[in-house]
Design a protein around this ligand. Structure first.
Ligand code: C2E
Ligand code: MG
Ligand code: MG
Ligand code: MG
Length: 289
């Protein structure tokens, strides 16, 4: 049976390739119109405090409702938007919408927005975009976090770092996203102007079962602690992972176990009720202090 399936997959290999290519071309062409026609929407995923059991902030994640292709993943359309330059208007839209959402939430709840490397281009005033959005919405800057990845820093390092300093000068926080998946060393990380560290879900996947993953997590946690940088653990999917992660006393936890990204109208009541961690099957041996 397995063999037959493998064979079928092989036979359809070439058509699949050209189909993927067609899809890419089509999405690329549709992107500009999609912005104008309002096919993009932000979803929000809460980040919880493991101790206080409250929502600390929500991460804004872009969704594209394509008229014929259905929901398209940001992992697919963000790279396309980066290539044709549309990421700048898409990115500004995300910042504006995220802050608009935050202004309707209770004060302590913040919002984080992902920003990609191309938004740090020298001819694009990212700091101005953030400043404008703050002014227009009236959100307090300390409630806003900008998430960057290590790849962002690979592009034009000095300029990116200078920009991060200017963003922080506004009172906005900077988080290093997907930490541990890039190629930067721990010593390099110590030089970066960041307020928060988000550990990639790759570490969390095996944390309950792998001593190696736990050793890495211990090293990162130790460094983050010494540098006074709060840590958020992403991608917590099971009670076992949550239990293992709690031992490292992270500042925040995020993952499908607690909540999936959802539209504003769904997250609003959750935030309002301040439902902290929904009832989940927590292991009884939790070590959260
Ligand atoms: P990211 O910033 O690392 O976002 C976290 C991703 O992990 C999201 O995928 C989220 O839905 C997913 N996730 C959260 N919890 C879990 C979990 O427990 N298990 C698993 N398997 N996944 C989980 P999403 O929404 O598909 O976004 C993918 C990436 O696209 C984001 O990764 C971010 O790099 C980028 N992105 C999303 N929205 C924007 C945006 O507005 N602007 C830019 N520049 N990039 C964006
Ligand atoms: Mg992120
Ligand atoms: Mg991430
Ligand atoms: Mg990512």
């Amino acid at each position: 049976k397995a063999k037959a399936e493998g064979k079928n997959r092989w036979l359809s290999y070439v058509p699949e390739l050209s189909e993927a290519y067609d899809r890419r071309i089509e999405l690329e062409q549709d992107l500009a119109k999609a912005i104008v026609e309002g096919q993009f929407e932000l979803h929000f995923q809460p980040i919880y405090s493991p101790r206080g059991r409250t929502i600390l902030l929500c991460e804004a994640l872009m969704r594209w409702r394509h008229p014929t292709r259905g929901s398209v993943s940001p992992s697919e359309f963000i790279p396309l938007a980066e290539q044709n330059g549309l990421i700048k208007s898409l990115g500004s839209f995300a910042i504006e919408q995220a802050l608009k959402a935050a202004i309707s939430w209770p004060q302590p709840v913040g919002v984080s927005v992902n920003v990609s490397a191309k938004q740090f281009h020298r001819d694009h005033d990212l700091v101005g975009v953030i400043e404008d959005a703050l002014r227009r919405t009236g959100v307090a800057p300390h409630r806003v976090t900008i998430e960057v990845t290590e790849t962002t820093l690979a592009e034009d390092k000095d300029f990116v770092i200078a920009t991060l300093h200017r963003i922080r000068a506004l009172g906005v926080k900077v988080a290093l996203d997907d930490f541990g998946t890039g190629y930067s060393s721990l010593s390099y990380f110590a030089e970066l102007p960041i307020d928060m560290l988000k550990i990639d879900r790759a570490f969390v996947g095996s944390i309950a079962t792998s001593t190696k993953a736990r050793a890495l997590m211990r090293a990162i946690t130790g460094l983050a602690g010494d540098l006074n940088v709060p840590m958020i653990v992403e991608g917590v999917e099971t009670p076992e992972q949550f239990e293992a992660v709690t031992r490292f006393a992270p500042y925040g936890v995020q993952g499908f176990l607690f909540a999936r990204p959802m539209p504003k109208e769904d997250i609003d009541p959750i935030i309002d009720r301040r439902v902290a961690l929904p009832a989940i099957d927590r292991p009884s041996t939790t070590t959260a202090k």
